[in-house]
Design a protein around this ligand. Structure first.
Ligand SMILES: Nc1ncnc2c1ncn2[C@@H]1O[C@H](COP(=O)(O)OP(=O)(O)O)[C@@H](O)[C@H]1O
Ligand SMILES: [Mg+2]
Length: 241
C-alpha cells in the first residue's frame, strides 16, 4: 500500500526529502561517485545520525588501508565516534581486500547479532572486487553479501568509486567496470558529483533509482561544510531554512 513503506532516515539535511523520508528499511543502497565526491562523509553521517538521532546501532566496514584516517575525517566534522564505539553503538571493522567472502559473511553475521546492528556501510565495495577476476564471481559475491544483509535485517550502503565518465553522462562506451553489476542489484543508486551540474552549488547528487519510492529524479545541489553534507533542496534551488 502506498505510504506504508518503512523508511530508514539518513538524517542528512535535505536528502530524506528527496526520497519520501529516507532509504527503504532493510534495503541495499549504492552511493557512486569519484574521489572526493563525499561518499565516505555520507556514510559516516548516516551512521552518526543513526546512533545519535534514531537509536540505531551501526557498523562501518572499511576496505581502505587505514581506518584511523576515516576516524580523523569524522572528527573534523564534529563526529566523535570513540564515545559511541565505547558504548557499543558503532563498530568499525577493517577488512583486507583479499578477505574471503565466507570469512566476511561469518564475521559480519556474528558482529551484527552481538551488537544489534541496524545500519551497515561498506566503503568502498569496489576494493572487494579487485581480487575477484571473473564477472560471474563478483556478481555472486555481491549478491551473497546483500542477501545476507537483508536476512539480518540491516539497511546497507555500499560506496563505489569505479565511476566511468560515460555513465555520468548517460552514454556508456560499453566499458563496464567490475562493480557495475551493483547498479543493477542495488535497491537504490545515488550518484555524487564533485562538481556542480545544477549551476547553483559546487557539488550535486542525483538519485538514479530507488525501489518503492517516488523520488526526485533530477540532480540537486549539495554542499560539504565542517558539519558534513547538506543537500540543497529542489533542483536548481538553494533553500534557506
Ligand atoms: N570542512 C569541510 N568543508 C568543506 N569541504 C570539505 C570539508 N571537509 C571535507 N570536505 C570535502 O569533502 C571531501 C571528502 O569527501 P569524502 O567523503 O572523503 O569523499 P569520497 O569518499 O567520495 O572520496 C574533501 O575532498 C573535501 O572536498
Ligand atoms: Mg572515501
Amino acid at each position: 500500500m502506498a505510504g506504508m513503506v518503512d523508511r530508514c532516515p539518513t538524517g542528512v539535511a535535505g536528502f530524506d526529502k528527496l526520497c519520501q523520508g529516507g532509504f527503504v528499511r532493510n534495503s541495499d543502497n549504492l552511493i557512486v561517485g569519484g574521489p572526493g565526491s563525499g561518499k565516505s562523509t555520507f556514510l559516516l553521517q548516516f551512521l552518526w545520525n543513526g546512533a545519535m538521532q534514531f537509536g540505531e546501532n551501526g557498523l562501518y566496514c572499511s576496505f581502505e588501508p587505514d581506518i584511523v584516517d576515516t576516524l580523523n575525517d569524522a572528527m573534523a566534522y564534529g563526529w566523535d565516534f570513540s564515545k559511541l564505539s565505547g558504548e557499543g553503538k558503532i563498530k568499525f571493522m577493517r577488512f583486507a581486500p583479499q578477505t574471503s567472502i565466507e570469512d566476511l559473511k561469518s564475521e559480519l553475521t556474528s558482529v551484527i547479532a552481538r551488537n544489534n546492528i541496524k545500519r551497515i556501510c561498506f566503503d568502498p565495495i569496489s576494493v572487494l572486487a579487485l581480487n575477484l577476476s571473473e564477472k560471474g564471481k563478483i556478481r555472486q559475491t555481491i549478491f551473497d553479501l546483500s542477501s545476507l544483509m537483508k536476512r539480518l535485517k540491516v539497511t546497507t550502503i555500499f560506496s563505489d568509486e569505479s565511476l566511468e565518465e560515460g555513465w555520468i553522462s548517460g552514454v556508456s562506451n560499453g566499458d563496464w567496470t567490475k562493480t557495475d553489476i551493483l547498479r543493477f542489484l542495488s535497491d537504490s543508486v545515488s550518484v555524487f558529483y564533485e562538481s556542480g551540474i545544477t549551476g547553483v552549488s559546487d557539488r550535486a547528487v542525483r538519485i538514479a533509482k530507488m525501489r518503492r519510492t517516488a523520488h526526485e529524479r533530477k540532480a540537486v545541489g549539495m554542499g560539504i561544510s565542517d558539519k558534513g553534507i547538506e543537500v540543497l533542496g529542489s533542483p536548481g534551488v538553494v533553500t534557506e531554512e
